[in-house]
Write a protein that binds this ligand. Structure first.
Ligand SMILES: NC(=O)c1ccc[n+]([C@@H]2O[C@H](COP(=O)([O-])OP(=O)(O)OC[C@H]3O[C@@H](n4cnc5c(N)ncnc54)[C@H](O)[C@@H]3O)[C@@H](O)[C@H]2O)c1
Ligand SMILES: N[C@@H](CCC=O)C(=O)O
Length: 556
């Protein structure tokens, strides 16, 4: 029983460690990589606190070294999804009734564990399982997830604090109930922090969760599940299943207690899910919350006043960090003719200096793409561009899957601003670039706005303040995260709340109060202290009015 109004610690962003040669963190990370590589892990599902092994195992291999086996996971079927729902519903009442400060403590503890004893292991697992370099793993799996935990706890407190006015004679209260049912967290491969945030932000608000990660992220998902357990998340609150997407969806979206989905992934999958939920709407007890952050076709637009070196650096980092597998990665660029030669020179110079290879060699900036399917798709688009006379590849273009799924950072230049790779999300290290007449800035703004159905991230580079203002206005709906003279990636929790509109998602801004509000159903409670005993209005005259309380306690 809580007797006190508690204030959670004020969150600050977790400092990103540098991993410089000779540093303590580098030594710890190298040791964790070695430890993980010398064993083969056997990864169970986690349902109601039980480890579930089906014997139906699948291999986990690093994308940059597909012959090395890191371990196996046990795949489940529809019956396991049903068990996970049952376990979640069984845990629901006790978890929902736990005073909020205990939920806060659990996730603050998770943040501290991740910042300390779990840091090297989660980074190493993300490096090996998802082929991220040390720095990319650190900003994702460690810092961003730590920030999600700390900031979300703070936002939860802010939400609970918001209370309505009360006139004399009454007390109005707002109670933030968890949703009536269970929530499905469906997570992508590319960010360990997103995989960790989608189930925990929901659970933090008192809900119970069935979590299904992408198969290509299971290696680090297992470490997250251990972290949640050690932090004190009770059995059944977050249930982790490894079942293929359509089979999982079939059980979840037909269940009457399905109360919401917290999704991050591709637009096509999200749109199908939305349709299925719509078709099944009569089956549910409540209208499910549908929260989804999806794909992007993120842009860099330069004005003729932009600094060529700054634009080139933004292209190299914005398009090719983590092999372009960020929903925010720049994948189309519009460069004015007056600075093109310079920008081109710098980009080619940068890309020539980039090293590609295994994550254990910390000097590799680029590693492998996530899977053979992704490699084959990207190689197809690159080969089609090579065969097309209307476009030119000015950097990269090579690919090789003999040891790992390696695609060279590739820049395609096209005269046709509607060329297929200017419009479609490829999700890999491929940037397509259109050079426009530097006098046509306004026309190019329309082009940027209208070329793709997405609206996730975008960047304007200019020194001319009028150009920045014009771009901000004309591109108002073209990006949920808009950058001025900066690359379009690298949003930080608490600083640039993240999410896009149009086909890019519901824009509920991960790591913000807006997102957490989707996981509660407020109940307004009005308590009247002196309850009326006469129905008549004052002007009917019979009563003196003192018991009528028309505008006071009684109200309308
Ligand atoms: N906007 C954002 O914040 C954001 C962040 C990260 C990734 N993304 C997007 O995610 C995508 C890359 O991630 P991904 O390849 O893991 O996405 P994906 O859509 O292939 O998979 C996401 C999840 O959905 C599951 N899934 C796939 N098909 C399904 C189906 N038919 N029914 C039910 N579940 C299904 C997957 O197993 C996975 O768990 C890109 O499009 C990227 O832009 C968006
Ligand atoms: N929040 C990340 C992108 C997440 C999507 O993959 C960024 O801003 O770069």
């Amino acid at each position: 029983m809580a007797n006190g109004f508690f204030n959670v610690p004020t969150p600050i962003n977790e400092p990103v460690k540098g991993y410089a040669p000779g540093s303590k963190e580098r030594a710890e990370l190298q040791q964790a990589l070695k430890d993980l590589k010398k064993q083969q892990v056997d990864i169970p599902m986690h349902i109601g606190g039980q480890e579930i092994r089906t014997g139906n195992t699948q291999k986990i291999t690093p994308p940059h070294d597909h012959q090395h086996v890191l371990g196996y996971f046990h795949e489940g079927d529809a019956s396991h999804v049903q068990q996970a729902i049952d376990a979640a519903l069984a845990a629901r009442t006790q978890w929902a009734e736990l005073p909020w400060e205990h939920r806060a403590s659990i996730f603050l503890k998770a943040a501290e564990l991740l910042a300390g004893p779990y840091r090297a292991r989660i980074n190493a697992a993300t490096m090996l399982g998802q082929s991220k370099n040390a720095f990319q793993a650190e900003i994702d799996a460690a810092c961003e997830l730590i920030d999600f935990f700390r900031f979300n706890v703070f936002f939860m407190q802010e939400i609970y604090k918001q209370q309505p006015e009360s006139l004399p004679g009454m007390w109005n209260r707002l109670e933030q109930r968890p949703l009536e049912g269970f929530v499905f967290a469906l997570t992508p491969f590319n960010f360990t922090s997103i995989a960790g945030n989608l189930p925990t932000s929901v659970a933090m608000m008192g809900n119970v969760v069935v979590w299904k990660p992408a198969y290509t992220q299971i290696y680090s998902a297992q470490v997250l599940m251990e972290l949640f357990k050690e932090a004190g998340v009770p059995d059944g609150v977050i249930n982790l299943v490894y079942v293929d997407g359509p089979t999982t969806g079939d059980v979840i979206f037909n269940h009457p207690d399905f109360a919401g989905i917290h999704f991050t992934g591709s637009t096509g999958v999200f749109q199908n899910i939305w349709k299925t939920i719509g078709q099944n709407i009569h089956k549910y007890k409540s209208y499910p919350r549908i929260v989804g952050e999806t794909g992007g076709k993120d842009f860099i637009l330069a004005h003729h006043s932009a600094h060529p070196r700054q634009v080139a650096t933004a292209i190299t980092r914005g398009a090719f960090e983590f092999q372009g597998q960020k929903c925010s990665a720049a994948s189309r660029a519009y460069i004015p003719s007056n600075i093109w030669d310079e920008v081109k020179g710098y980009v080619q110079e940068d890309l020539k200096s980039i090293k590609m290879g295994d994550v254990e060699d910390f000097s590799n900036f680029v590693n492998a793409v996530i899977s053979e399917a992704s490699f084959d798709k990207l190689a197809r688009y690159i080969d089609a561009a090579k065969a097309d006379d209307s476009v030119e590849i000015i950097a990269g273009g090579g690919h090789d899957k003999s040891k790992g799924y390696f695609i060279e950072p590739t820049v395609i230049v096209t005269k046709n601003p509607q060329y297929v790779t200017m419009c479609e999300e490829l999700f890999g290290p491929v940037l397509t670039l259109h050079v426009y007449d530097s006098q046509d800035f306004e026309k190019t703004l329309d082009l940027v706005d209208g070329t793709s159905p997405y609206a996730l991230t975008g960047a304007i580079f200019a020194q001319d303040r009028y150009a920045i203002d014009l771009a901000s206005k004309k591109l108002v709906h073209a990006a949920g995260n808009f950058y001025i003279n900066d690359k379009p990636t690298g949003a930080v929790v608490g600083q640039q709340p993240f999410g896009g509109a149009r086909a890019s998602g519901t824009n509920d801004k991960a790591g913000s109060m807006l997102n957490l509000l989707r996981w509660v159903s407020p109940r307004a409670i009005k308590e009247t202290f002196v309850t009326p005993v006469d129905y008549r209005y004052p002007f009917l005259g019979v009563d003196t009015g003192e018991n009528l309380n028309v505008t006071g306690q009684g109200g309308f």
